[in-house]
Design a protein around this ligand. Structure first.
Ligand SMILES: [Fe+2]
Ligand SMILES: [Fe+2]
Length: 392
């Protein structure tokens, strides 16, 4: 047992979890060796992980400063973005037309929201937490509500980021395309919120690590950092999670909802790849490129290691399991493993395509076990239908 864990285990119950959280936050920030990356993520990390700003029950105020880029000549400057704009107009859909009349019962074992194998219940039992079959269904309901709540919070971030990037981006065809993405993200907020509110009746607070990523990119004045954070990293996370849940759920309304959202998201990531590839190649220095490369790697690790449903742990197991046991359980449960696999299958080829996987950073990805995703297809080569079918 590590020194920290030993120390934490000596503390009384309530204090034990608080101190364990502080150690986790310190460990996360301590892992960031590049001072520029620490400067970019550190303040958001303090607000999210230590102050729990996303969980205070009041609106979060984030000062956002970026430069709005006007062009009074309205150039046709980027044919691929113009094509995405045209496709996005054709691809609009109305959230009201989803089959909302379907009745959803999270406790119906015949139509599970997520399959039983999503969570390793045997391992949970081995840790001393034995659940009845009704409790197992209730925990699956909680996990599904937790995931969809995080999707919803992520979509709120995506809505604001899409609006900011539409102002700030220098490509006029990109601004036209961006206007459609703002509408798409608004619709995603609408449908996830409606599903949670009317079908699951359970909304979880934002996960602290998701809060850190959103805070970090909202408060960064550089549009391409917002873009990298939202269009490549958070959208990659979302596509991984949407894809896995779309495949695993037996609930027909949720399946249909996710299929529609995935189609929209495929355009968003495609746009991210096109815009950042051009920008990183032609408009920033090598020093700036390296900084973005390091930032993306740290955020990838954050998403892999930290997105572990502690909000569900606090509700269910805080008095029965340690945080370390919970993390081990979630990290190794089949559902979460599938989700991480699809997330990186989407994300890593996109990072390669936009020029953020130079030989300098490859050994780090190698050590993190992520290089096996390197040769996959990037978003500009993947259709929405491929995204839907290409989930193992
Ligand atoms: Fe979205
Ligand atoms: Fe999106």
């Amino acid at each position: 047992m590590q020194f920290q864990e030993r120390l934490v285990s000596l503390l009384p119950g309530r204090m034990r979890n608080q101190v364990a959280e502080w150690f986790e936050a310190a460990e996360l920030l301590g892992e960031m060796r590049d001072p520029k990356v620490l400067a970019a993520i550190g303040p958001a990390g303090v607000r999210g992980l230590l102050l729990h700003r996303g969980k205070q029950g009041v609106p979060s105020q984030m000062p956002a400063s970026h430069t709005a880029h006007f062009d009074w000549t309205y150039p046709h400057d980027q044919a691929e973005m113009a094509d995405l704009y045209r496709r996005a107009k054709e691809g609009q859909w109305d959230g009201d037309t989803l089959p909302w009349s379907v009745s959803v019962d999270p406790y119906d074992p015949e139509v599970p929201l997520i399959p039983e194998y999503f969570m390793d219940f045997d391992k949970l039992e081995g840790m001393g937490a034995r659940l009845t079959s009704h409790e197992k269904l209730a925990l699956r309901h909680s996990l599904c509500a937790w995931m969809l709540s995080q999707f919803l919070h992520g979509e709120q971030g995506a809505l604001f980021a899409a609006a900011q990037v539409t102002e700030a981006v220098q490509f006029f065809d990109g601004k036209m395309y961006g206007s459609t993405q703002v509408m798409d993200e608004g619709r995603h907020v609408e449908v996830f919120n409606r599903y949670i509110d009317t079908k699951l009746n359970k909304l979880y607070q934002i996960n602290d690590n998701l809060y850190v990523v959103i805070d970090s990119l909202m408060t960064d004045g550089r549009w391409d950092m917002k873009f990298l954070g939202m269009q490549i990293m958070v959208e990659g996370l979302a596509l991984g999670a949407f894809g896995v849940l779309h495949k695993m759920t037996s609930e027909p309304l949720l399946k249909e909802l996710l299929k529609n959202v995935i189609r929209d998201e495929s355009r968003h990531v495609h746009y991210g790849v096109v815009a950042l590839r051009e920008h990183f190649r032609n408009h920033i220095s090598e020093r700036e490129r390296r900084e973005r490369e390091d930032w993306a790697f740290e955020v990838a690790l954050l998403m892999r290691n930290r997105f572990t449903a502690f909000e569900v742990y606090d509700e269910w197991f805080a008095h029965r399991l340690t945080r370390g046991q919970w993390r081990d359980l979630v990290m190794n449960s089949p559902g979460m493993a599938a989700f991480r696999d699809v997330m990186f299958r989407r994300m890593v080829p996109n990072l390669r395509e936009i020029g953020l996987m130079s030989p300098r950073i490859v050994p780090h990805y190698e050590r993190a076990g992520l290089m096996r995703y390197y040769d996959g297809a990037a978003a500009d080569k993947l259709s929405a239908e491929q995204l839907l079918s290409d989930v193992s």
